[in-house]
Design a protein around this ligand. Structure first.
Ligand code: NOJ
Length: 558
């Protein structure tokens, strides 16, 4: 594999910039904070970082409502800071992926403001999706589509003269109007944004809701087509044709990515993409990573998988099969800023579901110690699989979800839009703990006195602090460091093949050549290790030379 194909084996660390490190003491993470902690990431042993949106934004959806794609949010720093950060990362051998949000802009984006001002029938409105309402006076939404954040996906505007106007589409919050991807300006402007950041050294982009850009002509009702009407949580329904949703995963979206691939390939070294595409199954995900489209796509089937051995094996097999069929590499991920942290997911009976409300249903049965143990085993399993992986900030500390944020502190738009029934995603976004010192927000805010962090940190956060785990034998941070160092050193790891080894039900084992084996015991009796295998690293100590439950161990086989 050539150095140009680094992304086939890379481990990429997700920096949720608002919550990573606060360099100026205002309680919000920023570029200065990230710059100060690049060495933490180098020591961790990752190859690249992905930074969530850092562009100017009113923050109606945490920066996924972008008002200017080619500038930096002043609370995060300046464009010069961003350029210096990219250079500082490169100096340390870290590549940098940014986050592009092509489905929608902020309502504050100049295009949307122009569209509102320009009036009915104007070309400015054609860059978005405005439609007349239904009903005698246009008082009903144009169709039955729902916002991923609850409520209708349409908002009616009032014209400058005070009369009720048409409705505009927003698959997310009303502050995030959907762009019209049948408009040439939209194509051209996004490509300008790609080039703007590629020219400043960005190595690639994560593409936000990559599967949503194209809407079916005529914007038909979803009606009874059999789709789960909560769109962000695509669930396959047995026996129902799954590929005909009017706004998710439409075939025409792939033409856009062929355009983008050509833009990225024109750079030296070529720039890369990772798709956030929630699809019903791995065969649909694989379509995004055909050789003339995107390089990688998050494997959300793995993220959604329960801690159940045969489910894990099934997801691994299906993923590898589908990705190989198009010559692509698999991209493993356990957590991100949209789902409950996997420590807390794995801490419960494994009934499925990755959202906060799934956790709450089983709150009484949570066993965080068990969740940490399983999360450590899952990390070593993930690092041993063929392909690349993502690590969400804080998972290297074994951080659980903060499940009891005070209601008054909740910021996710789902909280308001669900009338206080869906607490949303804030529990995985709490500023991470660096030290045990609550006076500086557990080291999150570097200057003293620190402002309150944008989300409150619980008193127990210090137990998970990076400083406490640094150098502590058996800590999760040291396990991640050891696993990632071995992954880099072992020629068998990263992109390549694997072969299953038969082990008792409830366990998984596979070999990779040359001379490597991974054994994950989910819930079997302790698993015997073949004579001649020597231990490289394990998520828990072996039990009399055997791999105990909720444990992954790596071995040298020859
Ligand atoms: C997916 C992002 O990861 C999520 O945080 C955001 O709310 C939606 N896309 C809308 O941009």
């Amino acid at each position: 594999m050539s150095e140009l194909e680094w992304w086939r084996s890379a481990v990429i660390y997700q920096v949720y910039i608002r919550s990573f490190a606060d360099g100026d003491g205002d309680g919000l993470g920023d570029i200065a904070g990230l710059a100060a902690e690049l060495d933490h990431l180098v020591r961790l042993g990752v190859d690249a970082i992905w930074i969530n949106p850092w562009y100017p934004s009113p923050f109606a959806d945490a920066g996924y409502d972008v008002s200017d794609y080619r500038a930096i949010e002043p609370r995060f720093g300046t464009l010069a800071d961003a350029e210096a950060l990219i250079a500082a990362a490169h100096d340390r051998g870290l590549r940098v992926l940014l986050d592009i949000v092509p489905n929608h802009t902020s309502e504050q984006h100049v295009w949307f403001q122009q569209a509102l001002a320009a009036g009915p029938g104007s070309p400015e409105r054609e860059r978005y999706i405005f439609r007349e309402g239904r009903g005698e006076h246009g008082e009903l939404a144009p169709n039955d589509w729902r916002s991923a954040f609850h409520g209708p996906a349409w908002t009616r505007i009032t014209e400058a003269d005070g009369t009720p106007g048409p409705w505009y589409l927003h698959l997310f919050a009303p502050e995030q109007p959907d762009l019209n991807w049948h408009h040439p300006d939209v194509h051209a402007d996004m490509i300008e944004t790609l080039r703007f950041w590629f020219d400043r050294g960005a190595d690639g982009f994560r593409i936000d809701v990559a599967h949503s850009l194209i809407k079916e002509a005529g914007l038909p009702d979803i009606g009874e087509r059999g789709w789960n009407r909560l769109p962000f949580r695509l669930q396959p329904i047995p026996g129902v044709h799954q590929t005909d949703h009017p706004h998710w995963d439409r075939d025409e979206v792939h033409e856009i990515y062929r355009e983008w691939r050509a833009v990225a390939d024109a750079y030296h070294p070529p720039r890369i993409f990772v798709a956030e595409a929630w699809t019903p199954d791995p065969s649909r995900t694989a379509r995004y990573v055909r050789s003339d489209e995107l390089h990688t796509a998050f494997n959300f089937d793995f993220l959604r998988c329960r801690w159940i051995a045969d489910h894990l094996r099934g997801v691994i097999d299906d993923t590898l099969h589908e990705h190989r069929s198009v010559g692509a590499t698999a991209t493993w991920v356990l957590s991100n800023h949209d789902v409950a942290r996997h420590v807390s997911r794995f801490a419960r009976p494994q009934r499925g579901g990755v959202r906060g409300h799934h956790l709450r249903d089983l709150a009484a049965e949570a066993d965080i110690e068990l969740g940490v143990r399983r999360a450590r085993a899952a990390a070593l399993l993930m690092f041993a699989l063929p392909g690349s992986c993502y690590v969400y900030q804080g998972e290297e500390l074994g951080l659980p979800e903060v499940e009891d944020l005070p209601e008054a502190s909740l910021q996710d738009p789902t909280w308001q839009r669900s009338n206080g029934t869906d607490r949303g995603r804030d529990g995985c976004r709490v500023p991470i703990p660096w030290t045990v010192d609550p006076a500086t927000n557990f080291g999150f805010s570097r200057t003293t006195p620190a402002a309150a962090p944008w989300l409150p940190q619980p008193a127990w956060f210090g137990e998970y602090a990076a400083a406490t785990q640094d150098g502590a034998a058996g800590s999760t941070l040291e396990l991640y460091r050891a696993g990632l160092a071995l992954r880099r050193a072992e020629p068998a790891l990263g992109e390549g093949d694997m072969a299953w080894v038969e082990v008792p039900e409830g366990a998984l084992a596979f070999t990779r050549e040359p001379g490597f084996a991974c054994v994950t015991n989910v819930d079997a009796d302790p698993v015997e290790v073949p004579a001649g295998w020597t231990l490289l690293v394990a998520s828990e100590p072996l039990v009399g030379g055997r791999v105990g439950g909720d444990t992954t161990a790596w071995f040298r086989t020859a």
